[in-house]
Write a protein that binds this ligand. Structure first.
Ligand SMILES: NC(=O)c1ccc[n+]([C@@H]2O[C@H](COP(=O)([O-])OP(=O)(O)OC[C@H]3O[C@@H](n4cnc5c(N)ncnc54)[C@H](OP(=O)(O)O)[C@@H]3O)[C@@H](O)[C@H]2O)c1
Length: 266
């Protein structure tokens, strides 16, 4: 796939804008529990998003994770700098994924390092609920993700310290061996009709979703850069035999100079 919205004729950019609006309209109808036919879009939009829409239409639930990584599997430098490893096209794709989701989920490490807003700014669309997994409630109220609209959910362990006047809604869950089971988090979100989840990092959080078999799809946007050191993308429990590695079906899509590899687990 070539650069979205940055190259091509004005006519094709206009067609892409109309296509994205059609996808948003489909998504809004599905949120109202309607069952419209899939939007008639073509080209890059169809390649990237129609398989996700089709999955959601069939199952009414979708958990997709995304990481932007270097060729050598790093999502940030050792000091935590990650802006930006992948290019403009992947950033636009990330904002589109937010606009399609009911909730965007991140770990405490990402909020501590990046102080992200997790809103939709690079494309039309409404922002999802922001969900932060922070077992020890170590994040202060000052992080931007907890402020304003759309709302934020702060998922903490039920033995975590209380932080007064924290603006996010606090959801307490029991730990199992120091961690909050991903299944318990998913159950809470589903009870709130948050059915399409976009897990946006970091590596630890995405790895836990993957290890607990909680992902329908994993998108790795691989940038043509070698960092040589830094924070790892995926880190899973050790295996001794390569034949026991996960070998999912894959889709490969060019995103500008990056390569988006989508692993399809279900
Ligand atoms: N390139 C990219 O796509 C991308 C995306 C996002 C972030 N980043 C970068 O990645 C770095 C942060 O990623 P990271 O992997 O270090 O951390 P992370 O995944 O953002 O956060 C990990 C932390 O989240 C909490 N957590 C997540 N799941 C949990 C669970 N099931 N139970 C309990 N706690 C849970 C834990 O906090 P506690 O340790 O407090 O218990 C854990 O240490 C930053 O440098 C950021 O810039 C890059």
């Amino acid at each position: 796939m070539r650069a979205i919205e940055t190259t091509g004729s004005p006519a094709s950019a206009g067609a892409e804008g109309a296509g994205w609006e059609a996808i948003l309209a489909w998504r809004a109808a599905v949120r109202r529990w309607a069952a419209p036919p899939l939007p008639a879009v073509g080209g890059d939009l169809a390649e990237l998003y129609l398989p996700l829409l089709r999955h959601f239409a069939e199952h009414r639930t979708l958990v997709v994770a995304h990481l932007g990584q270097s060729l050598d599997g790093r999502i940030a430098t050792a000091s935590g700098a990650s802006q930006w490893i992948t290019g403009e096209e992947d950033l636009l794709h990330t904002h589109r994924m937010r606009a399609l989701a009911d909730a965007v989920v991140v770990g405490a490490g990402t909020v501590a390092a990046d102080d992200p807003l997790l809103t939709v700014r690079r494309c039309p669309g409404e922002g999802p609920i922001r969900v932060v997994i922070d077992a020890d409630a170590r994040l202060s109220r000052d992080h931007r993700v907890f402020d304003g609209k759309p709302g934020a959910l702060h998922i903490v362990a039920n033995d975590a310290p209380r932080r007064p006047f924290h603006p996010a809604e606090r959801i307490e869950l029991p730990r199992v061996e120091k961690r909050i089971p991903i299944g318990a988090i998913l159950a809470v979100l589903r009870r709130r009709n948050l059915a399409w989840l976009f897990v946006e990092g970091g590596g630890v959080t995405v790895s836990r979703f993957l290890a607990e078999n909680a992902l329908d799809r994993l998108q790795l946007a691989i940038a043509p850069v070698l960092l040589g050191s830094g924070r790892p993308s995926l880190a899973m429990p050790e295996i001794s035999d390569p034949s026991r590695g996960l070998r999912p079906e894959m889709r490969r899509i060019e995103l500008g100079r990056d390569l988006l590899v989508e692993c399809v687990f279900r």
